[in-house]
Design a protein around this ligand. Structure first.
Ligand code: SAM
Ligand code: DTB
Ligand code: SF4
Length: 330
């Protein structure tokens, strides 16, 4: 049985990342197959509940107000709209709904009260509810947990060393602090990054080290390929090759054996063969539905055909148990 380690060094991670590609995939696949549910893939559906107009300067993001992208800004959706969208996603096979808001941080106002209602309402549909709303305090994380939130997404995006090149309006420590607050509220943590931002391989390894040396590994790690969007500073970045996605996924699988590794943004540019390699390398989750937050994604139908062809099964909700009210109300 592979042991869970929280003391990985950059040297060890680099050695894994740079190993010959087929050896790397074989090792990751072997570890993945120790998990009896290796053919199950979690389907998460994204919903942008508040779109655009964000005060942050994340240089990859079409929702930052300061860049001129062709994005339609939308105020916070209603609880009914969100519940309807959640039902549709559930019927299409999703077990998790991830609600994203283009906020720098959560404020204790009426909009947050509305998000709390959305969380209870989607939780009542027996779906895992995830939110990504920017920075959170401990008491806000606690409120979300009490409303039935299952996971909170807060990505590191790149390495600590590279962070200032990508975002200047907040720090890496701000990010880590929110993740701590999420942990304190006993929510599960979803945190990963983006490749293709112009980072070095050392940056990728450094980010993987930060994730894999947390006192508890994130329960999910999304690996996004940058979707370059016209109007953002990173619009002209070349697309990353699938082999870089495979190396990231396989390395994450080896160093965080129990974590759900999500093949996230960038799938529209990948063939089914490319994606099959990622699943072989240990990816066991995708975002499904024809839109990510604001950019296109393969349709549910295409994904179901892919699952059929590759012999993959959608994972049911709450596979690792549902958090009890007592567990969160500490
Ligand atoms: N505003 C909140 C925040 O930044 O935490 C939540 C929403 S934000 C859009 C969620 C994540 O989407 C970012 O952390 C980033 O990893 C990812 N993302 C945004 N734009 C992207 C792009 N163009 N390509 C790939 N991933 C992207
Ligand atoms: C994550 O790691 N990727 C998702 C989700 N978590 C919130 C977002 C991808 C966004 C891609 C660009 C867009 O569609 O706006
Ligand atoms: Fe705002 Fe999040 Fe986009 Fe950054 S990634 S600009 S915080 S919506």
């Amino acid at each position: 049985m592979t042991e869970i380690r929280n003391n990985w060094t950059k040297e060890e991670i680099a050695e894994i990342y740079h190993s010959p590609l087929l050896d790397l995939v074989y090792r990751a696949a072997t570890i993945h197959r120790e998990n009896k549910d290796y053919s199950e893939v979690q389907i998460s559906s994204l919903l942008s509940i508040k779109t655009g107009g964000c005060p942050e300067d994340c240089s990859y993001c079409p929702q930052a107000a300061r860049y001129h992208t062709d994005l339609e800004v939308q105020a916070l959706m209603s609880v009914e709209q969100v519940t309807d969208a959640a039902k549709k996603a559930k019927n299409a096979g999703a077990s998790r709904l991830c609600m994203g808001a283009a906020w720098r941080e959560v404020r204790d106002n009426r909009d947050f009260d509305k998000v709390i209602e959305m969380v209870s309402s989607v939780n009542a549909l027996d779906m895992e509810v995830c939110c990504t709303l920017g920075m959170l305090t401990e008491s806000q994380a606690q409120r979300l947990a009490e409303a039935g939130l299952y996971a909170y997404n807060h990505n590191l995006d790149t390495s600590e060393e590279d962070y200032k090149r990508i975002i200047t309006t907040r720090t890496y420590d701000d990010r880590l602090n929110t993740i701590d607050n999420v942990r304190k509220a006993k929510l599960t943590v979803c945190s990963g990054g983006i490749i293709g931002l112009g980072e070095s391989v050392e940056d990728r390894i450094s980010m993987l080290k930060t994730l894999s040396t947390m006192s508890k590994h994130p329960e999910s790690v999304p690996v996004n390929a940058l979707v370059p969007v016209k109007g953002t500073p990173l619009a002209d970045q070349p697309r990353v090759s699938v082999w870089e996605m495979v190396r990231m996924i396989a390395t994450a699988r080896i160093i965080m054996p129990k974590t759900v590794v999500r093949l996230s943004a960038g799938r529209t540019e990948m063939s089914m063969t490319d994606q099959a390699f990622c699943f072989m390398a240990g990816a066991n989750s995708i975002f499904a539905g024809d839109k990510l937050l604001t950019t296109p994604n393969p349709s549910f139908n295409e994904d179901m055909q892919m699952f059929e062809l590759l012999g993959l099964k959608p994972r049911e909700a709450f596979k690792n148990g549902r958090p009890s009210k007592e567990a969160v109300a500490v």
